[in-house]
Design a binder for this molecule. Structure first.
Ligand code: XIL
Length: 353
């Protein structure tokens, strides 16, 4: 009896020792595949935005599982998809994404609870009282956060609250019914639903739009002074190979770090055809895109490790990018080409690690 116990303990210790030894994160020697994995080499999460339908494409999931360890829903965790009416929710796509990530040991970054641009019609056309409106928003945030409590590590609680060029809170039903301080209460509702959840404010333009940047930092300072919960800032970074400057990027990142918040490069894509002069990518632009990725990864690695929330690309392959529709011209802004092959930018990322 005693002997078998001792043998059992020995086996258990051996198994633990072997599993510690072969930790895939730390050991690039374990890194098999046609090219090295980003997520196995990086010391921070490397993410991609996707749609549930991508999980049906084996070529897609094999690249995803090889190179990345964090996912964000491109739109299926936004209110227009989930929020069908008061107390009525559609969990199909988000449930699928979350269970997939759990099976793959990937992190899920939730995006986004409150966004003026993904608001269901019954909220957009709301005509009741302020109290009724706020009750709906509170219930929605509580329902979504609670459903994925302990399974989603972090959420963008509010997305793009500030207007371009003025730093004022943009006009939306949230501002009209809850006041310019609506962001505060959204963060409080999220924290109440899951005290361990990391709460992010996410926006674009906080690098190059000075008024927006200042407005965001005053909001953060106000949150910190009043004890309003916030853990990090998402920088969308829909940028170009030659714009904006690294100095500007660093200024915003430094401001976040100085305030002790996490930095998430949350929606990275790097345009090489901003002026529409290309019909196909040129080697020169692809090299320039590669240097940009290198610079961004190097800058990100300067952030104290506990504040590095990760770098997330807004799509996997060039043709998957939202920019093609949004900008209405050809673009090649991501890390993989249409054949799922890594581009120079992918190797730029690796070289900067
Ligand atoms: C975009 C998605 O990529 C599209 O598929 C969707 O139709 C609209 O939204 N800023 C954000 C993202 O915070 O949610 C947006 O994603 C891109 C801009």
């Amino acid at each position: 009896m005693q002997k078998s116990l001792r043998l059992g303990a020995f086996l258990l210790i051996s198994v633990l020792a072997v599993s510690c030894d072969s930790s895939p994160v730390e050991d690039p020697g374990e890194d098999e595949g046609p090219y090295p994995s980003l997520s196995r080499r990086a010391t921070f999460p490397v993410g991609v935005a996707l749609q549930a339908r991508h999980l049906n494409i084996p070529a897609y999931t094999s690249v995803l599982e090889h190179a990345f360890n964090s996912i964000t829903a491109e739109y299926e965790m936004k209110a227009r998809t989930i929020w069908q009416g008061p107390g009525r929710y559609n969990w199909t796509a988000p449930d699928r994404l979350v269970s997939y990530a759990e099976g793959q040991d990937m992190r899920v970054h939730g995006h986004a609870l409150v966004w003026h641009s993904s608001t269901p019609d019954f909220i957009q056309n709301f005509s009741g009282t302020d109290e009724e409106f706020e009750g709906l928003v509170r219930d929605y945030i509580t329902a979504v956060v609670s459903r994925y409590k302990g399974r989603i590590a972090s959420w963008d609680v509010v997305n793009e609250a500030f207007a371009d060029g003025s730093g004022l809170i943009r006009n939306s039903p949230f501002r009209r019914y809850m006041g310019t301080d609506f962001v505060t209460r959204c963060f409080e509702y999220a924290r109440a639903a899951d005290p361990d959840l990391l709460l992010f404010y996410n926006d674009y333009g906080t690098i190059w739009d000075q008024r927006k940047r200042e407005a965001m930092f005053s909001m953060i300072d106000d949150f910190l002074a009043r004890g309003v919960p916030i853990d990090g800032i998402g920088l969308q970074m829909h940028i170009s190979h030659d714009w904006p400057s690294m100095t500007q990027m660093r200024q915003t990142v430094d401001g976040i770090v100085e305030r002790g918040l996490r930095v998430h490069i949350s929606e990275l894509d790097i345009k090489i055809n901003r002026h529409g002069d290309l019909e196909a990518p040129t080697d020169e632009r692809l090299e320039s895109q590669k240097r940009r990725v290198q610079d961004i990864v190097s800058m990100f690695r300067q952030i104290p490790e506990h504040l590095q929330h990760g770098i997330t690309f807004w799509g996997l392959r060039d043709p998957d990018s939202w920019l093609i529709n949004f900008e209405g011209r050809p673009e090649w802004a991501l890390l993989f080409d249409e054949n799922y092959d890594p581009k120079p930018a992918y190797f730029g990322f690796l070289e900067a690690l």
